[in-house]
Design a protein around this ligand. Sequence first.
Ligand code: PLP
Ligand code: NAG
Length: 408
Amino acid sequence: SAHPRYFNQLSTGLDMVGLAADWLTSTANTNMFTYEVAPVFVLLEYVTLKKMREIIGWPEGRGDGIFSPGGAISNMYAMLLARFKMFPEVKEKGMSSVPRLVAFTSEHSHFSIKKGAAALGIGTESVICIKADECGKMIPADLERRILEAKQKGFVPFFVSATAGTTVYGAFDPLIAISDICKKYNIWMHVDGAWGGSLLMSRRHRWKLDGVERANSVTWNPHKMMSVPLQCSALLVREEGLMQNCNQMHACYLFQQDKQYDLSYDTGDKALQCGRHVDIFKLWLMWRAKVEALQGFLHNKNATRTWSKNTKTKFSLEIKLVFIMNYHPHELLPNPPLMRIICTLTAACCQVAPVIKARMMEYGTTMVSYQPQGDKVNFFRMVISNPAATFEDIDFLIEEIERLGHDL
Ligand SMILES: *Cc1c(COP(=O)(O)O)cnc(C)c1O
Ligand SMILES: *[C@@H]1O[C@H](CO)[C@@H](O)[C@H](O)[C@H]1NC(C)=O
């Protein structure tokens, strides 16, 4: 999936520094649960999480956080913390001790929000999907309306998940407006920046996440836009100590209270896991090796052009370009070739993308994903996030769609 013509889902290429760090991590084969077994990695995690919180904009990088097995799990952690913050008794007494909780997220949000609600016993029916505008951004007025509606029914709104970089459109929910509503109704605000969180590193695009510093928690996956090899996802939390209180079980064979070192370095009891993989070293090393090159790149007004011309730029592409492409069969739109590719979406076309994709996979020349969304029939979801991809590769894909669909 590192191939520049592989556009299926979020291909981010293969980063050599990341790969080297991954090898070293596997060679060490250690475990993040206690400081005594992974002192260096635990310290690197500590400094990196602090740095990420500074970048979010929390004063002096204060707060908490953890690297988890992915954005889906980070989002579930956030929901768990929000529930514990409001009803700490849930840890011992379970869901029967709390009123009916409801969470809110946009209709374009990632499915992991519902999955988390199912896993935590909140239930998918308690996740209320808020309308998005035509660009895929959550409509704050609809959020407020649905919060009031839920309260009227006697439900307790406890969690709002705004998305920074939605999975299909790459849209950024309006965080400031959403945070005002969360504050007004005293609801935990989470920002799912699994995809778009990396834009916090870009002086040019950071504004898309304006208001992120008002969130109670943020998911940020360096394994997506920053090309860190899987897996590397962080959950950042504004309140210190909450994760520990929420998740700790004091296992006395691991977390002895009379160790000779500062016990706050034993981060394992904050996690839902027992053993925890070392995900930090790849990010830390790439950060050290590339951050200057990266920042130079991201601050350059010509970033996209530089990226597409200079395939040696090995850090992340900062912009998710989503082309919604639909190939129209000849008889429907007998226009010049390109006109038939990027155009309106009609119901007659829903079979086209699957057939072209099947042929694509048979030939093995390129790969791109397709899907329907709302009232739109199957379209190619084209995400360019591999720094190795060039304009030629994108032209190739378009020509290949033409070629494979010529007889449809
Ligand atoms: C990819 C993604 C996730 C899930 O992240 P994983 O690391 O694949 O678990 C969650 N939310 C958004 C917005 C995403 O793009
Ligand atoms: C941007 O591109 C233009 C045209 O190629 C070039 O003249 C200019 O120097 C570039 N700017 C930067 C900051 O690289």
